[in-house]
Design a protein. Structure first.
Lengths: 429, 312
């Protein structure tokens, strides 16, 4: 955001929201200044993007940037570079760093590192409880009032299992329009859990992570949010039962939103059969029926957003026995391709709806100004271009510092060709 | 081509039969041999890599390898680099550099032998991984059944106890199904895994209903620490409902055999009178363990082309 404004860009021949007819789009001083046909280049740099889909820049509600603490796995700089390559113009950096982002100092540090790198906006997520310990509220208001303007609070990785504490958190953040993003996992039901509890866990001898451990917390939290009039966001929804509970809660008018990860849209627990910990993730990969359900939920809007849960890990933390390996997968650079494969290709989402699920709604949930805006003159030039060019994921070729993608070797039907952050190009294919 | 024995499911009917037949031949040969030893694996190196204590299984494999004249190296996890934070991958690379032909691995994490096999050129034999599998135990159990009852095919085998956490149960269900036995697992519902209904076996909560028709009753070790997390209320109640006591043993058919992979909790899953009685095959199982493991090592390492196992 400190980059000087250039002479601007003229992007030619794009399809806004994937819908015709083709238009040229001029970006000057960080803003969309003109949309029309046969625009003259003037002193603008010209980008021929004939037939490509133009969408508002993606917003990720769930990114692990690992800095401070695990700069060997990812830094704010490398993670946001990966985000830009994936078409994101803003990411929410999760709080489970070392030290934990449970105070204004850490969230401002992360926010500043993001601003300095300039690849995409970084909205730090504040921890709900001190040290993610699930006991005492962190200074949520101070983080909200800080330069980082924190609005999303989460103990992600750990569930706020204490119902009384969760109630107070949902209540407290109402004062500054905050949202509690819950990692829904009843800890007493997931002691030692390694993978989805089902046929495969039984055969593989890996302790099961039952769907009910997620669903029970979501049901409880929806009722708590209703009771106190608070705003709840459910991280990485992975089961059919969770989708059904959210559908019911929304019908009741409860202010709840839900996200689904790209990996839960594609992969199943069968991937665990070779004990390759690349496929170890929390919540775990579920059954095909659950995959079908989260796709349906994303299609009908019960699940509001696609969020990556980008979780980079150093090789030694993944190249281990399944039980000893860390859970998590990278996802920023493949998210759009997976959504194209699982949702757009089968006709479950239009490109306009992709804009809604990957940009507009996450920006609204995170209360991010300037993101998720319409493709219209006068709006911020936070944009992504998507081409229907098939490509094959290669884990060695990443902007992320880590290589733990579960999609290595998968051919995806679409890719990001360019990302613009306030009119500045931050990624090119 | 390197082949591994990671799961009982790696063995076809022909493979499993070959192991059992080979074990029988080895037993005959050794009975008539004056030195009690065969030169078959001379010059081959077998490493026993035990990340988890198990004196009996380790000893059994080492004895088997030595009786085939292999060079045997015990690579105990405790006191070695393994306990100092060395990763499984590093251990594998070390063994690789040392030129191990066969690696017998015991690990507390399910799937660790699979992970190990991806990093080495030697053949990996799973000697028990977490709550996953213990294929040579299943082979020695099948061998013992054949020895005592003359066949495995068509036998009604009842496996009783902590199926959820038992690698012995998993391997036995798979192997016995391959060999044509009819398996029933019996346990309190808390000690059966979700999805057990898809296993190639029947499932029952009622031991008394299954015992009269059983040819083989295999009692699994129940760990007392499971009580602490409410898998069952007390060892007394467990013994009453799922233990093979004298009263229950009296209702078994005359030729029914009682097996236990050891080590057993006398008086909990198995009464001492039954464990030490004529139906018990517990001591024979230990002896057969060495013979069957000789057969496995011989078939995997005895020639350039392994006769059994899976490739990764």
């Amino acid at each position: 955001m400190t980059r000087p404004a250039g002479p601007g860009w003229l992007i030619q021949g794009v399809l806004p929201y994937g819908e015709g007819p083709r238009v040229d789009v001029r970006l000057v001083d960080g803003t969309i200044v003109e949309m029309g046909t046969d625009l003259s280049a003037g002193d603008c740099q010209v980008l021929d993007a004939s037939g490509q889909v133009l969408l508002p820049g993606f917003v990720d509600l769930h990114t692990h940037l690992r800095e401070p603490g695990r700069e060997d796995a990812e830094t704010v700089e490398s993670g946001t570079r990966a985000a830009a390559a994936g078409g994101f113009t803003a990411v929410h950096a999760m709080a489970n760093t070392d030290p934990v982002a449970d105070n204004a100092g850490v969230v401002e540090q992360v926010w500043r590192l993001g601003a300095e790198a300039g690849h995409c906006d970084v909205a730090p997520v504040g921890a709900v409880t001190l040290g993610l310990a699930g006991v005492q509220l962190a200074e949520l208001g101070t983080m909200a009032d800080s330069a980082a303007r924190v609005r999303v609070f989460s103990d992600d990785g750990l569930c706020i299992s204490d119902a009384g504490l969760m109630r107070r958190a949902l209540e407290y953040v109402k004062a500054f329009d905050g949202v509690i993003a819950q990692h829904a996992e009843e800890p007493r039901l997931t002691v030692g859990a390694q993978m989805h509890e089902g046929e495969h866990s039984g055969r593989l001898g890996l302790t099961g992570w039952p769907s009910v451990a997620e669903e029970a917390i979501i049901a409880r939290d929806c009722l708590l949010a209703q009771h106190v009039g608070g705003r709840l966001h459910v991280c990485h929804v992975s089961t059919r039962g969770s989708v059904e509970i959210l559908r019911l809660a929304k019908a009741r008018g409860i202010d709840v939103s839900g996200e689904v990860t790209p990996h839960h849209l594609l992969l199943t627990d069968a991937a665990a059969c070779g004990y390759d910990a690349t496929y170890k993730v929390n919540p775990p990969l579920r059954s095909q029926d659950d995959v079908d359900a989260v796709r349906e939920g994303l299609a009908d809007g019960t699940l509001d957003v696609v969020a990556t849960d980008h979780a980079p890990h150093a090789p030694q933390d993944k190249e281990a026995e399944w039980g000893a390996a860390r859970p998590g997968m990278t996802g920023l650079e493949t998210a759009l391709g997976i959504v194209a494969l699982t949702m757009v290709g089968p006709g479950l989402l239009t490109w306009r709806q992709v804009a809604d699920r990957m940009s507009e709604r996450p920006a609204r949930i995170g209360r991010l100004l300037g993101h998720g805006r319409p493709l219209a003159v006068g709006e911020p030039a936070n944009l992504v271009l998507v081409a229907d060019t098939a490509w094959t994921v290669d884990r060695r070729q990443t902007e992320s510092r880590s290589h733990n993608t579960p999609f290595h070797g998968t051919t995806l039907p679409a890719r990001v060709t360019a990302t613009f952050l306030r009119g500045v190009r931050t990624a090119s294919a | 081509m390197t082949r591994h024995l990671l799961s009982a499911a790696d063995l076809t009917l022909a493979d499993a039969t070959l192991v059992l037949d080979t074990a029988a031949e080895l037993e005959t040969i050794l009975a008539t041999s004056s030195v009690g030893k065969l030169p078959t694996l001379r010059g081959r190196t077998v490493v026993t890599l035990f990340f988890e204590d198990s004196t009996r299984t380790k000893t059994s494999f080492e004895l088997a390898a030595k009786r085939l004249s292999a060079d045997v190296i015990g690579f105990a996890a405790k006191g070695s680099s393994v306990s100092k934070g060395e990763t499984l991958k590093d251990t594998a690379l070390t063994l690789e550099a040392m030129g191990a032909d066969g690696i017998v691995v015991r690990h507390s994490w399910s799937g660790a032998p699979v992970n190990l096999a991806r990093h080495v050129r030697g053949s990996v034999v799973n000697a028990g991984d977490g709550t996953h599998e213990h294929p040579t135990q299943a082979l020695l159990d099948a061998y013992t059944m054949r020895q005592r009852l003359g066949r495995v095919e068509g036998l009604k085998v009842t496996i009783v106890g902590d199926v959820l956490h038992s690698r012995v149960a998993r391997s036995n269900v798979l192997l016995l199904h391959t060999l044509g036995a009819e398996v029933t697992v019996v346990a309190p519902p808390t000690l059966l895994p979700v999805g057990v209904g898809t296993w190639p076996c029947a499932v029952s909560y009622d031991l008394d209903a299954v015992l009269p028709t059983s040819d083989v009753v295999m009692m699994l070790r129940v760990q007392r620490e499971r009580m602490g997390v409410s898998y069952f209320p007390s060892s007394r109640e467990y013994a009453q409902r799922y233990g093979l006591d004298v009263r229950r043993a009296e209702r078994l058919r005359e030729d029914t055999i009682v097996m236990h992979p050891g080590p057993m909790n006398r008086g909990v899953e198995l009464a001492s009178e039954v464990a030490d009685g004529p139906r018990s095959t517990i001591v024979a199982q230990v002896a057969n363990g060495v013979t069957v493991r000789m057969a496995v090592l011989y078939l995997m390492l005895g020639s350039a082309e392994p006769a059994i196992g899976v490739t990764l």
